[in-house]
Ligand binder design. Structure first.
Ligand SMILES: [Cu+2]
Length: 279
């Protein structure tokens, strides 16, 4: 990291923990320095104008205005730099993020379902298949409405507020919402995406450092918006398997017990996922 990159840290950006994040950081770094230069330049110009065109020196208005071409050249260069930033860096990077998804088999696919005021996670469980979801099955104990009669959904894992992923494996998060527009934002992964009711919006990232990271909602979605803060835990593959196993054992206990599965009947309906009081 060059000393120029310290500007991101100075402005409060958490360290990057994803494989593509450094590209985002380079653009942010450049933008921050560029905006800093513009701020100083325009401020200096403003002060110059205040002094140069003060009333004592300029008692009557000059209707001809500016005669030098400096300001035109300056403004043209600013537009040029901004165009290069947008067309040369921002749009190509964005296009890469939305067009070049990792193959589904290689990636971990997780459904992120936002609601006021938390993020629910739906994982396919050991069989690798998501169970069907229907709004008709939604209840307190089955927040995502996983169909209890669908065999693919029997081992599905549903968690609230906390997601575990293995390090160095691409993660595809499919975002949707149960109520209003939210925005699933992983600052350390340098990725965010809107969760919009009626839409399924995929985003992807590859975590490269184990640790616990912040998940926040980046759309002001209601009074309990602040309470949507959650955690993303990037595990070593062994730790991730252990978490998955633990969750898989609890799976099925959150949906209404189907006939033929009496073992789960007396278990508490929701795993101890410690939902934070949304507010
Ligand atoms: Cu929200």
């Amino acid at each position: 990291m060059s000393s120029l990159a310290l500007i991101n840290e100075f402005l409060g950006q958490p360290p990057n923990a994803s494989s593509h994040g450094y590209q985002i950081d380079h653009i942010l770094e450049f933008c921050h320095w560029f905006m800093g230069a513009l701020f100083i330049g325009w401020s200096a110009f403003f002060i110059f104008v205040l002094i140069r065109f003060r009333k004592r020196r300029q008692p009557s208005a000059d209707h001809l205005g500016v005669r030098s071409g400096i300001s035109t050249h300056l403004e043209f260069s600013v537009v040029l730099i901004e165009a290069v930033l947008l067309l040369g860096f921002a749009i190509p990077l964005w296009a890469k993020r939305v067009n070049q998804f990792p193959p589904g088999k290689e990636a971990l696919v997780v459904h992120v379902v936002a609601q006021q005021f938390s993020f629910n996670y739906h994982l396919p469980g050991p069989d690798g298949q998501f169970g069907r979801r229907d709004v008709g099955f939604v209840s307190n104990s089955n927040p995502l409405g996983v169909d209890p009669n669908d065999p693919a959904g029997k081992d599905d894992i549903v968690t609230l507020g906390e997601l575990h992923v293995p390090v160095n494996r691409p993660v595809i998060a499919e975002l949707s919402s149960k109520d209003v527009i939210h925005d699933y934002f992983l600052p350390a992964m340098r990725i965010a995406g809107d969760a919009i009711p009626g839409s399924l919006i995929p985003i992807w990232f590859t975590p490269i450092k184990t640790g616990t990271y912040e998940v926040i909602c980046a759309q002001l979605c209601g009074l309990g918006h602040y309470g949507m803060k959650g955690t993303l835990v990037v595990d070593t593959p062994a730790d991730y398997e252990a978490w998955l196993k633990e969750r898989a054992e609890l799976a099925g206990t959150q949906s209404a017990p189907a006939p033929g599965a009496p073992k789960t009947e007396n278990k508490p309906p929701q795993p101890a996922a410690s939902p934070s009081p949304g507010g």
